[in-house]
Design a protein around this ligand. Sequence first.
Ligand code: 1GP
Length: 258
Amino acid sequence: MIANNLYNQFLEAKKTGGKKFVVLIDPDKVRLGKISKVLELSVEAGVDYFFIGGSLVVNDMLDYVLKSMKEMCHIPMILFPGNSHQLSYKADAILFLSLISGRNADLLIGKHVITAPFLKVSPLEIISTGYMLVDGGIMTSVQYMSNTSPIPANKDDIALCTAMAGEMLGLKQIYMDAGSGAKNPISESMIKTVSSAINIPLIIGGGISTPEKAAANAKAGADILVVGNAIEKDPQLIRDIAAAIHEQSAVRNINLVP
Ligand code: 1GP
């Protein structure tokens, strides 16, 4: 693994207008029979990356899930940890998340201090990420577990200033998330406002359940779109959502080239 390999892909895509599609896999919800179908559909559809994580992860399946996934396909796997125990060297990279929408010091810097020495010696590519929770209309697991207030859904200006501050602090990308299973995904207006003010990649997720919404988000300025829940319910959606996102790319997606 070349250091910064995946992040360089994100930057290159942003520069050329490429849109990336991420399927979120929660190791707690994985059934290996079902995941092979999800992986097969993901390869066919040209899914760009997997994020692996959940707010809790109560069973000890992370290493096993990653190892099994690696045997089945070559789509890069990026840890999206809900807490500092969700570490595995079997992934390719990790989102080193700072919850910049909240005021919980532990999630802004505390857990990072504890995890840093382990990450320093790990083979994982470390991608520092300003994580912004936006109100999605219901209390999501991440909101409850992080003990923080999300940014109100209609406060584009707060999202804008938070993202700008994250970029100025040197974070490599911004992830705006309405939380898994959000009732209301993030508005296009907020995505547009934030994306027009920052130069680093913008990841959007939470409650996206249709190809139309995914396409509208990409058009509004999202560089990377994450979908979990909707695909857990209906894996066949992968194909249509992937096509809708990649159609918004200014260039042909590299993973679709045979
Ligand atoms: C959650 O952004 C991800 O952190 C994906 O959300 O599961 O609602 O698609 P969904």
